[in-house]
Design a protein around this ligand. Sequence first.
Ligand code: HEC
Length: 139
Amino acid sequence: MKKILLGLLFLLLTILSIIWLNLPKITPYYTQLTQPRVGLNLDLQPQAQKRANFIGSIKCQECHEENYSNWKHSMHSKMIQDIKKDPSVVVADFTKLPNDADFTLAEAVYTIGSKFKQRYMIPATINDKEDYRLGNYQT
Ligand code: HEC
């Protein structure tokens, strides 16, 4: 009986010392997890930001010439391209578009991807807002 009690005491002390040694690792998560939660329905976006709108990359060039140039000459600047501005950005042969395609070239306004794979953005109303959907085929 005494041996079992001593064994249990030893086990308990071992577990407590493991917890004690790991406390510095655990505490930051404990404080994170016990912080008051912000509800998902709470709108935290500042009013000034709500009134903001897209000004385009040319504006950034005024002050960030080098960053702009690096970006402009990389593939990143070609990820989304305006078909109406430059129809040559379209890689796909639309004459080969299968019959079950849910879009046409005339409907597509932007390309996503410029070289290996390309998808097409088509204007659509989503949740009562003017938005874009993706065509169901890609090159
Ligand atoms: C009127 C001048 C001006 C314009 C226009 C401007 N910026 Fe800046 N930007 C700055 C200045 C000044 C800083 C601060 C630089 C610093 O602290 O080293 C900065 C900093 C930044 C940083 C942080 C860089 C870092 O290393 O932390 C980013 C990212 C950035 N700008 C992106 C943009 C983008 C994107 C646009 C266009 C939409 C833009 N900026 C337009 C002047 C400008």
